[in-house]
Design a binder for this molecule. Structure first.
Ligand SMILES: [Zn+2]
Length: 102
């Protein structure tokens, strides 16, 4: 059987390479907004984070997202992202579980 190649992306916080599906995408839109992109389809410059709060906090501390997105992400945006991230994390983990059961 031919093995399908899984696209890998690097988490900007812990620098680990992971299958794209196991990462949460953060995107800087052409309108300069920084958003969590659960669909993975928004246009703009993307950065990836493991679906873990710890990695988000690390990215916040090191300002890894600023570097990855080549934009200044102010702390208010990080706070907003943190809240979205926690919500996204739940959805994300649920989705992972569903995939595992298939
Ligand atoms: Zn990570």
């Amino acid at each position: 059987m031919k093995q399908r190649k899984v696209p890998l992306r690097k988490c900007v916080a812990c620098q680990e390479m992971m299958p794209k599906k196991q990462l949460i995408r953060v995107v800087r839109t052409p309108e300069e907004e920084v958003l969590i992109d659960l669909s993975g389809k928004k246009s703009g410059r993307g950065a990836y984070l493991c679906g873990k709060e710890a990695c988000f906090r690390l990215a916040q501390k090191n300002r890894s997202l600023d570097r990855a997105l080549k934009a200044q992400v102010d702390s208010g945006i990080y706070e907003q992202l943190a809240q979205d991230f926690l919500r996204a994390e739940d959805e994300f983990l649920e989705a992972q579980k569903r995939v595992d059961n298939e």
